[in-house]
Structure formats: C-alpha cells, structure tokens
Design a protein around this ligand. Structure first.
Ligand code: UDX
Ligand code: ADP
Length: 459
C-alpha cells in the first residue's frame, strides 16, 4: 500500500506505544512505525502480551498492527525511511553528577538525536514527545545542525498530556493538543503537518499552536499545577486529623467553587508516577539555574509536602500498631502508583514497603496488575516479602491492611470474612480514602484514613 507519510516513533514505552497506536488507528493513510533499543519490548509489542496495560489499548493494537502500525528493532532503516520522527525516549531525573536528583538525564535523548543524523538521507520533522526541560529543542537543533550535511531538521514540540490508566481515552478525546514551533516559515509549515495529523480526529479548536518554548514550558507547568493541587489538599490532611475535620468534606466544599473545580482534590498517601516529581524538579532546576530562587523554592515545596505525606503515612502505621511491626504480617493492597496501570514508577508503595521491611514487618503484597513490577522494585530486599495475587490469601493471619492503590476490586471485597481470618486487633490504613470506613469500623476494624479522625475501638 502507498502511504501518504511515514511516521516513526523512537521509544516504545508508556507514551510512544499508546500514542502511535491511536495515531495509526485514526490516520489509515499514514504508515506508523515504533522502534526501541530494547528488543524484548519490541517482541512483546509484536506478541499478544503487550509490554504495558492500558484499558482499550489491546483492541486498538489488534486492529492496526500489521496494517499501518509496525513495531521494529531496526532503528537505522526506519529512521532513513521516516518523514516525521516523534521522540518518546525516557528522560528520568539525573542520578549522578551535576544536577543529580533535579535535572533531566538527557543521555537517551541525545543518543537519539545522534542516531537521527547518522542514518538520515533526507530532511525531516523531529517532534519532541517526551517531557523535556525548556530549551531542549534548542540543544537538539544544535546537535542536528552540527553534522546535518545540508539536510534540514525542523524541531517541533508536541508534549503528551496522557495520564496512565486513561491514556487511550485521553488520546482519543484530548482536552487539547499542543504543538509548538518556531514562528518561521519552515517552523509553521512543519507545525501544520502535525496539526494535519491530529485533525483526523481532534476538533481544530482543541489544537493549540504556540511558539516552541511556550509549548515545552506548558508541559512542565501543567504537571506542576496538577501535583500542586494534590500536595495542597494533602497538606491540609494532618490538620484535619488533629482538628476533627474530614478532608473529603473539605474537598467537596472547596471543589464546588467553580473557580477551584472538583478534580484532583483527593487526599492520598502521596502522588507517584514517572512525571510529577521529575517535572517539578526540572522546573525547580531551571528556575534556580536562571537565579530565580524564590520561584524554585515555591515549586520545590510541592515535592517536599509529598515526601512528608508518604513519611507521615508510614509513621501512622507504625505508631498505631503499638510502635512495633516486627514479625507482624501486613497486607499491602496495591503497589501501582494509581489504579488501572502496571506502572509502579515513583509509587508511594515503594517507599512504604521499604520502610516497613526496614521495621521487620512481614509484607504480603497484592495487586491485580503490578506484582511483576513490585518484584523488580523490591529486588534484593524482599527476602520476607510474599507477592500474592489473591487479596483474601494476602490477608490471612495479617495484623493490618495498608491500602496503597485505589483499585476497584478493593472496594468490593468481603471484609467480614477477611476480618475473621486476621490477627486481633485488626487495623486498616486507607491511603486513598476509598473504603467504607464506618462499615469497616462497625464490623470490628480499627480504621485510619488520610485526613480523617481515626475510628478505633480502644477508647
Ligand atoms: C500525569 C498527568 O496527569 C498527565 O497529564 C501527564 O501527561 C503525565 O503525568 P499520571 O502520572 O499518569 O499523569 O497520573 P495522574 O492521574 O496525573 O496521577 C498522578 C499521581 O497523583 C498518582 O499517584 C495519583 O494517585 C495521584 N493523585 C491524583 C492523588 O493522589 N490525588 C488526586 O486527586 C489525583
Ligand atoms: P515513557 O513513560 O516516557 O514512555 P518509558 O521508559 O516507558 O518512558 O519508554 C521510553 C522507551 O524509550 C524505553 O522503552 C527505552 O528503551 C526507549 N529508548 C531509550 N533510548 C532509546 C534510543 N536511543 N533509541 C530507541 N529507543 C530508546
């Protein structure tokens, strides 16, 4: 079949895979190929057992794979053939050297830029899809120009706003698509090509075009604002616990003000995921590098409150269980950083599990989709940890249940039957406020939620 254009995506991860699957399904005239240096990952994309779980992803991949969507480990050939290259490689926080713990580690991204120049035989549009520090496009352009042999690479920013667990819905019905380009003739022409792709399914009014730097920075700011909402409500939760107020009632009361809005106000044991912390630290690092110390300090507090909230949650568990969890079996409900994903990156569960292991508790972790990743996260320190797919078995003889992830299944378990087989006194620590606390209390649990007065049978 003759395709109108050839789109390549470098990086077959949580961003690249779902984005390209949706793009292929909506643009049958385009050939869409996804490459990755990790051959195992490509093999899994080419099998029935996809490397990531997203509701609706399997169905879309099934319809498009082999028709106009292809997964390949052959990076040189695919770079050569592509007209438009989306870059979706990982950009984790640097763990070494200058900027460690704050700046983005751009080594994967720079390697990609070098691969593009090495294998290209014609001019191309390069689209930054992964989240990058502002002005990355400039560095990318410099690398691409340095040995371009007369070829022209126009760099466009098209940040992703998809949230895991709802990635397919977010891609199919986005609030907006953001496309940033240089305001030059070639920049605007390239931006139009990307607009044309999204116009296959996104109303034109929802496609925002801006200059390159606004687009890069908008991505960081969007995530910083979202994380700030979670930290803001979480910062009020210890106050509620002291003052006999209820954080859910406060969220509802303030969220009813249309200026504030009701979304993203669920108090929790802390936010996780690969983006929030990384993007805020990036913003902080950039602000500090421009000498904007007050700005940097302001945003850094969002991360500090999150660390405090995780720490506070684990401290409550230990103190409530009479200041010792040594040899006590604790069932952890969930390990993913949020429901409906296998992803555990930056999950508060990692921090909680490590602390409880350090305190010599015996963990039994249950999660419908993330046990494989939990094993990787705790490798080397999990001698006493049991990974148990069945929540009923995970709670047998346990002294406490610690709810980490808001999976639906945890709401509908038979807690009376669970309670019968637990050690007494039985504790539940609900890190997501999703359980029916008064009912659990009535059947005999001592219930500790985030930002709510405890319900216990001790007084
Ligand atoms: C986020 C952004 O939402 C998305 O636009 C961006 O492209 C990538 O980063 P993601 O990390 O997948 O997406 O999940 P999100 O739904 O934003 O949740 C992040 C974390 O905040 C999760 O741990 C979640 O449980 C937590 N959270 C969210 C709360 O604790 N309370 C809330 O009210 C909302
Ligand atoms: P994200 O959540 O940003 O999608 P992931 O880690 O899920 O992050 O995916 C990024 C993917 O990019 C990984 O599968 C990784 O192997 C791939 N990758 C990193 N560097 C390169 C490279 N130079 N060429 C091709 N793929 C790469």
């Amino acid at each position: 079949m003759d395709f109108k254009k050839r789109i390549l995506c470098i990086g077959a991860g949580y961003v690249g895979g779902p984005t390209m699957a949706v793009m292929a399904s909506k643009c049958p005239g385009y050939k869409v190929t996804v490459v990755d240096i990790n051959e195992d990952k490509i093999n899994r994309w080419n099998s029935k057992n996809l490397p990531i779980f997203e509701p609706g992803l399997n169905e879309i991949v099934k319809k498009t794979k082999g028709v106009n969507l292809f997964f390949s480990a052959d990076i040189p050939t695919n770079i050569r053939e592509a007209d438009i290259i989306f870059v979706s490689v990982n950009t984790p926080t640097k763990t070494f050297g200058h900027g460690a713990g704050m700046a983005s580690d751009l080594q994967y991204w720079e390697k990609t830029a070098n691969q593009i120049i090495e294998y290209s035989l014609n001019s191309k549009i390069i689209v930054e899809r992964s989240t990058l520090p502002v002005k990355t496009a400039q560095a990318m352009e410099r690398i691409l120009k340095s040995k371009s042999n007369g070829l022209h690479f126009e760099v466009i920013s098209n940040p992703e706003f998809l949230a895991e667990g709802t990635a397919i819905k977010d891609l199919l019905e986005p609030d907006r698509v953001l496309i940033g380009s240089h305001q030059t003739e070639s920049g605007l022409k390239a931006a139009q090509e990307i607009v044309d792709i999204y116009s296959h399914w996104v109303p034109r009014g929802k496609i925002i075009t801006t200059n390159l730097w606004s687009s890069e920075l908008s991505k960081l700011v969007a995530n910083a604002f979202l994380a700030q909402r979670v930290s803001s409500i979480n910062s009020i939760s210890p106050l509620c616990e002291k003052a006999d107020a209820d954080i859910s009632e406060i969220s509802f009361a303030i969220g009813s003000d249309s200026r504030i809005g009701s979304k993203f106000l669920n108090a929790s044991l802390g936010f996780g995921g690969s983006c929030f912390k990384k993007d805020i630290l990036n913003l902080v690092y950039i602000a500090r590098s421009y000498g904007l110390f007050e700005v940097a300090d302001y945003w850094e507090m969002v991360v500090k409150i999150n660390e405090y909230q995780k720490e506070r949650f684990v401290r409550t568990i230990i103190e409530t269980m009479f200041n010792t969890v040594v040899d006590k079996k604790i069932a952890m409900f969930g390990f993913a950083f949020k429901a409906n994903t296998t992803d555990t990156r930056e999950s508060p569960g990692i921090h909680i599990a490590k602390k409880l292991i350090e305190e010599k508790a015996l963990l039994s972790i249950t999660d419908p989709k993330a046990l494989e990743n939990a094993k990787i996260d705790l490798a080397g320190i999990d001698r006493t940890v049991v990974y148990e797919p069945d929540p009923y078995k995970a709670t047998e003889d346990a002294s406490a249940i610690v709810l980490i992830t808001e999976w639906e299944i945890f709401k509908t378990l038979d807690y009376e039957s669970i309670l019968k087989r637990m050690k007494k006194p039985p504790f539940i620590f609900d890190g997501r406020n999703i359980l029916n606390h008064s009912k659990l209390f009535d059947i005999g649990f001592n219930v500790y939620a985030v930002g709510k007065p405890p319900l216990n049978h001790f007084d």
